[in-house]
Design a protein around this ligand. Structure first.
Ligand code: ADP
Ligand code: MG
Length: 343
């Protein structure tokens, strides 16, 4: 059965914005005015510093609508922005969403997108306070701006890591990348099939990590409870190698991480074997994990290990020592950032 298809033009810009922004609750007293006026008004508390981030995702570059359910995409764009706030040790407060829309997108698809956004906003306690809606000639564009708050003096930067600090990560890595490889494979294989039935059985975890990653707000809760303030932090959006190198560059230090200490999920290894992709490559260069990487002084080693929610994968070294992955046989592999020329 054909799904109902309403053209954007039939609602007009204002009708569309009204329809999409229905049913969003506000969670923060700092949100004084949200959607509906020329601009939002917020009043951050006296005790907080304001943290702001923005991310833009392009159809065909960052997501493929032929297999990305819009509800999940809505959830994911909120995660992408919230994850940046968390990486500064900030809590999410307000969100703005700007859309570039091509005429091929029906209103029902945007309903799904906003259902995902609404769900994520509720879960993350972040208030949708505005955005912009325009036509796009080149496919869908989604830009997300998030505002967060962190207690004065408690923001954690990339630049604070010191020699001997421990390097911690919050989950296995590379699963999102393998989820993407699986979706791309099924798209290729089923390109000419009339009623495609993609084979995802046994790999649900990988798909969820790619399509619906959860921001690690729980990690900030645990660290706060334990009164642990990381010396440096970054969210893992580009891949372990790139992101660790970024942190080291900002902190003017080097790093050694140990391959046998980096957790890899069973499904990541299994699909890696099936598709002839080395799971280590997925882990180092995959990206889109939206987990956190942070450093703590070595004196906190026992306390951090006891948390049960992080893996200590290595330590910080002198800048001159560079960034290396140490293999179980003692080999050393220089870490390379993907997509950027080596400096
Ligand atoms: P203006 O013409 O003054 O820029 P708009 O018509 O663009 O106003 O927007 C009207 C209101 O709707 C504003 O509060 C704006 O922030 C909000 N808004 C516009 N597009 C979106 C969107 N895609 N998601 C959420 N809020 C939006
Ligand atoms: Mg506007």
């Amino acid at each position: 059965m054909e799904k109902k298809r309403t053209e954007i033009a039939s609602l007009g810009e204002f009708g569309l914005i009204d329809r999409l922004t229905q049913g969003f609750d506000h969670h923060h007293s700092s949100t004084l005015c949200g959607v509906g006026d020329d601009a939002a008004v917020v009043a951050p508390s006296e005790e907080e510093e304001t943290v702001i981030t923005t991310e833009t995702l392009f159809e065909g570059v960052d997501f493929d609508l032929s297999y990305f359910p819009l509800k999940h995409l809505g959830y994911k764009v909120v995660t992408v922005a919230v994850s940046d706030l968390l990486a500064m040790n900030a809590r999410p407060r307000q969100l703005l969403i700007s859309l570039g829309l091509s005429a091929k997108i029906p209103v029902e698809a945007l309903d799904d997108l906003y259902e995902g956004i609404r769900f994520a906003c509720k879960e993350q306690k972040i208030d949708l306070v505005g955005g912009d809606t325009r036509a796009s000639m080149t496919g869908m564009v989604i830009s997300v701006t998030a505002i967060g708050g962190v207690k004065k003096g408690q923001a954690v930067y990339r630049s604070g890591a010191k020699k001997h600090d421990l390097i911690c990560i919050t989950s296995n890595l590379g699963a999102a990348y393998m989820g993407l490889q699986l979706l791309e494979r099924e798209k290729r294989v089923l390109a000419d099939v009339a009623n495609p039935e993609p084979q995802f059985k046994g790999y649900e975890y990988l798909l969820e990590k790619y399509l619906k990653p959860r921001p690690r707000t729980d990690i900030l809760d645990v660290l706060e409870e334990e009164k642990i303030l990381p010396t440096a932090m970054i969210d893992l959006s580009d891949g372990l190698a790139s992101d660790l190198k970024q942190l080291c560059r900002a902190s003017k230090c080097g790093a050694r991480i140990y391959l046998e200490r980096i957790p890899i999920a069973r499904q990541t290894s299994e699909l890696g074997e099936e598709m002839h992709i080395d799971p280590v490559i997925a882990t180092l260069n995959g990206g889109e994990d939206y987990e956190l990487l942070f450093t703590v002084p070595i004196a906190l080693q026992e306390q951090v290990m006891r948390l049960g929610v992080v893996d200590v994968i290595g330590h910080i070294t002198d800048e001159a020592a560079g960034c290396y992955l140490v293999t179980p046989d003692g080999g050393e592999i220089k870490l390379k950032a993907q997509g950027f020329p080596e400096e």
